[in-house]
Design a protein around this ligand. Structure first.
Ligand code: FPP
Length: 251
């Protein structure tokens, strides 16, 4: 028997997945980098580095399945509270990630996008991500959306403040503020809401991530730390999503 058990089926040929019911937008909270590193006697940042290397693998699997948007929680507005060295390391990751991966991402028609506040990010971080956004802006495949310096409460507060300003300026009629209008003031106004949220590392929290947008998303949790989150687990999450009945409040 010459079958190599380590050879994984390509994501799009997995018998578990119905390619007609693939979630259009998947959001991922990539948690557990620090614990993954600690378990191996490594510094926390080694976990972030390993986590970064995992981003492309899952992006490629998502792209192959026909997922339209993959939003990755890379840095929250609360993550600035971490030790200076760790923040600096995280801020330098785009500078390493894009030169390493951009050619393959381009070959696969992936478009880079960012959701979050540019203010406060170091110039080198912005330059790396904006360069990638510019180079991939005409691509029509999967949108790889990095939530960077993102926090959902701030997003909603700023959205409400902008609505009030527009009402005062006369460009928005307050009686027209409905859900669609509210969504249009979110940083994700051009994206569909996530169908599926995945969180790794066994934590069962949303952590200020896409609170408005996740209202009807299916939630899927795994104990695996992000650096060890495999394509197989990703397929399991999608298969489970496909087995659930989404009713959006109906019956
Ligand atoms: C949470 O794990 C993870 C983060 C705050 C960072 C996630 C970022 C990446 C995986 C890299 C992103 C890549 C690019 C190109 C921007 P944790 O540190 O909170 O883990 P712990 O809970 O075990 O301490």
């Amino acid at each position: 028997m010459w079958l190599n058990k380590k050879t994984k089926p390509a994501a799009s040929t997995s018998p578990e997945i119905d390619l007609d019911k693939v979630p259009a937008h998947i959001a991922i909270i990539m948690d557990g980098n620090g614990r993954w590193a600690k378990q191996r006697g490594l510094p926390r940042v080694a976990g972030h580095h390993s986590g970064m290397r995992n981003v492309k693998k899952i992006t490629m699997a998502a792209n192959e399945l026909g997922v339209k948007v993959l939003t990755m929680y890379a840095f929250s507005t609360e993550n600035w509270k971490r030790p200076k060295e760790e923040v600096e390391f995280l801020m330098k990751l785009p500078q390493e990630f894009f030169p390493l991966e951009i050619e393959e991402l381009i070959q696969n028609n992936v478009r880079i996008r960012m959701t979050g506040w540019k203010e406060g990010l170091p110039d080198y971080t912005l330059k790396a991500i904006e360069g990638a956004i510019e180079r991939t802006k005409d691509n029509t495949g999967l949108i790889l959306n990095f939530a960077l310096n993102y926090g959902s409460r701030k997003e909603m507060l700023v959205g409400v403040q902008n609505m009030i300003q527009d009402v005062k300026a006369g460009s928005l009629d307050s009686t027209e503020i409905d859900e669609a209008c509210f969504s249009s003031y979110m940083l994700t106004s051009d994206l569909p809401d996530p169908d599926l949220l995945i969180r790794t590392s066994g934590e069962l929290r949303i952590s200020n991530f896409l609170l408005w947008q996740l209202a009807y998303s299916e939630l899927w949790f795994t104990d695996a730390y992000w650096p060890e989150f495999t394509e197989d687990l990703f397929l399991q999450a999608i298969a489970e999503f496909q087995r659930r009945g989404r009713r959006f409040g109906g019956i």
